[in-house]
Design a protein. Structure first.
Lengths: 425, 266
């Protein structure tokens, strides 16, 4: 057992067993149930309070009284822990090396990670590396599992308009995955830029904003054609929309929802090529992930009404793309409020300012497509991203598109059925 | 041998190994469901304890890494609201690790009931030292600074609880702002029985089991069990009194996951 030569006879094995007959071990039956229920919630399950109440009838009243509180408290706790984790991530991330990759600079921070530009030490290849910036959180194994799932899921999707993921790794406890470095800017940069001035956004600007410290040679403005985006680049807006819709078609066919389509997650390269990034895997749907309840307001804004009510499907991604296109053509968010509850109310009410009010010159067909995509009721929306893509293509080729929104009469009937007031206009 | 610095020891490999095999181990009472932490009676824990009592620092590091997520949760909860964002819980755990290495010879004597509680006690001490260092002067002046449980002032747990309970209230337009609400909640929580409050902190915020809670508070498991139920009832009453709490849930929480319509589910 032991290497010590002075040990001859008995050796100590393990700790003494604590037997303490004085200690009363009997627990309150209700406390045992509470513990079981809380453990299930902590595992990410969704135990039914009514099942407990039915099974343990003697305690039904107390179960109905206390269990909802426990559920709520558990959710608050995980929200707060995520909040604390985010706040503990330093401004300047201390790690400069992940596996074979040397981190060059930070490109951005999202809900679940920091993205760096990185260089492979041997090959010199430039890549983007997404890092989960904590390693010892209380639910670390859940975080790691989710992060790994995000990487493997995106890696499965091979599509020109979806960012490519190459590998997943861990380095001193940190998880990261390696993806393509997209030479471009996000659509929210474009939207901001279009809002600030009526000028053309030149491809050259896109390059400069996206990549400032690239090799300077051969990238002067002179060799760029003078094409760019303007507030009335309807065809270009539609081209962007088509590419995102096609990426969604591919993901949806593979059974994957993006869950977080918004301007910040769509990158535009100088060639006009769009790359979809940052799949919100495990952030909604069937997954009770640690931050399921915490949606920053910037993400909330693009959430479909049904997602706010707790479910989503392919049409929810279509909706998010619709709201994104609304913002792209008007340079104004469809729904804006500083307060979460107000914002949620606005989304559920779904009466955005008519697009025409911002941009009178917008072709009617494009306006119709956007409104079709962002209809509040999923039944009134494009049934799939493919139908949206085909309508956008029809618009680009001057073919007629059809309104999917129900007539006044259908809407009126539905509203009355749902026992809601009829909106004024 | 010099104490092993946490960041330089081969602990990360241990974490990987441990996590991969952890799901099926542990007794029902002691295992931590939903976490990668096996129970106190788990054979691997016993094997590690065996090595630790013979002075094996690697085994100590491995055991510490197993408990680390739970200890992180404790630090995150106990850290004074003002120190959040200034002090990284990882650094507190690093300090605690150094202290644990120094006390390895006392492991047999002090950790015989529960090695987790032993580590928790050390982390607790590291936290108290840290709070004295950062908030020392101002805390001493506070009238309510009476150490009660584990060296904590009676107000500490209530303000931590208020801080963590107010986390979800982000609405600036609600009737009272969040800081005021936290203060109000803190005041009410302070009016709670100290043992009840501590039981809540341990069972809910630190996620200790009933037997661990009983051990920390030095009471019978039966008493801890009854206290927890009572404290939950009290907390519910409190949250119902304070405006904006139980009524402030966004719809995604109040009506969580109704079954989705059958069609078009991807």
């Amino acid at each position: 057992m032991s290497d010590h030569p002075e040990h001859v006879g008995a050796d100590l094995v393990g700790l003494p067993i604590a037997s303490d007959p004085e200690r009363l071990r009997a627990r309150e039956p209700l406390e045992v149930l509470v513990t079981r229920f809380a453990d299930a919630v902590r595992r990410g399950e969704q135990p039914s309070i009514e099942d407990y109440a039915a099974r343990y009838r003697d305690w039904a009243a107390q179960i109905r009284e206390l269990f909802p509180l426990i559920q709520t408290l558990e959710h608050w706790k995980s929200d707060k822990e995520v909040d604390c984790l985010r706040r503990s991530v330093p401004e300047e991330f201390p790690v400069r090396q992940l596996g074979n990759y040397r981190l060059v600079r930070e490109l951005g921070r999202g809900g679940m990670g920091i993205v760096f530009e990185a260089v492979h030490e041997q090959t010199g290849e430039r890549r983007a590396v997404k890092l989960l910036p904590w390693r010892f959180a209380a639910d670390m194994h859940l975080w790691e599992e989710r992060f790994r799932r995000e990487a493997t899921t995106i890696a499965r999707l091979k599509h020109a308009n979806i960012v490519r993921v190459y590998s997943f790794g861990t380095h001193e406890g940190y998880c990261y995955y390696v993806m393509d470095l997209v030479e471009g800017v996000s659509l929210d940069w474009i939207i901001r830029r279009l809002r600030e001035s009526t000028d053309v956004v030149y491809v050259d600007e896109i390059r400069r904003a996206g990549r400032t410290d690239r090799d300077g040679a051969g990238s002067g403005a002179a060799d760029q054609p003078a094409c760019g985006l303007r507030r009335d680049s309807w065809q270009d807006f539609a081209t962007i929309g088509v590419q995102v819709a096609l990426a969604l078609v591919h993901a949806h066919e593979a059974g994957i929802l993006h869950n977080d389509i918004k301007p910040a997650n769509l990158l535009l390269e100088r060639s006009g090529h769009v790359v979809v990034t940052d799949f919100g895997i495990g952030r909604g749907g069937d997954d009770a992930a640690p931050d399921q309840y915490e949606h920053p307001i910037g993400t909330l804004r693009y959430m479909a009404p049904e997602r706010l009510r707790g479910w989503s499907d392919a049409r929810s991604d279509v909706y998010a793309l619709g709201v994104t296109l609304y913002e792209l053509v008007t340079q104004t968010p469809a729904f804006a409020a500083d307060d979460r509850r107000e914002l949620i109310e606005l989304i559920l009410k779904s009466q955005p300012v008519p697009i025409r009010q911002f941009v009178p010159g917008i072709p009617a067909a494009l306006e119709t497509i956007i409104l079709n995509a962002m209809a509040a009721d999923p039944r009134d929306r494009y049934p799939s991203a493919a139908v949206l893509a085909s309508d956008l293509l029809r618009f680009m080729n001057g073919l007629p598109v059809s309104s999917r929104r129900p007539g006044m009469w259908t809407r009126l009937k539905r509203r009355l059925k749902e026992d809601r007031s009829i909106p004024g206009n | 041998m010099a104490p092993i610095g946490f960041k330089s020891c081969p602990i990360y490999n241990h974490i990987q190994v441990v996590f991969m095999n952890s799901s099926s181990h542990g007794s029902a009472e002691h295992s931590r469901p939903g976490s990668a932490d096996p129970g106190e009676n788990d054979p691997r824990i016993t094997a590690l304890a065996d090595r630790i009592i013979h002075g094996d620092k690697d085994a100590l590091a491995e055991l510490f890494s197993i408990y680390r997520p739970r200890l992180w949760r404790m630090v995150n909860f106990r850290l004074h609201p003002r120190l959040h964002g200034r002090i990284d819980p990882d650094d507190v755990l690093q300090d605690a690790w150094m202290m644990a290495v120094k006390r390895i010879d006392y492991f047999l004597r002090d950790a015989s009931h529960s090695s987790f509680i032993w580590f928790r006690m050390i982390v607790n001490q590291a936290l108290i030292d840290l709070h004295r260092h950062h908030l020392g002067a101002e805390k001493r002046n506070a009238a309510r600074d009476v150490p009660v449980f584990g060296g904590w002032a009676s107000g500490s747990t209530s303000s931590s609880m208020a801080f963590h309970l107010c986390g979800h209230l982000t609405s600036p337009s609600s009737a009272i702002n969040r800081a005021e609400l936290a203060k109000q909640l803190d005041t009410i929580l302070q009016g709670m029985n100290e043992t009840d409050r501590e039981v809540l902190a341990l069972r809910h915020f630190e996620e200790l089991s009933n037997s661990e809670t009983a051990r920390v508070l030095n009471m019978s498991e039966q008493a801890a069990s009854g206290r927890y139920i009572r404290a939950l009832g009290r907390l519910k009453q409190i949250l119902e009194i304070v405006p904006g709490f139980l009524d402030a849930l966004p719809p995604s929480i109040t009506s969580r996951r109704p079954s989705p319509p059958g069609d078009a589910k991807v």
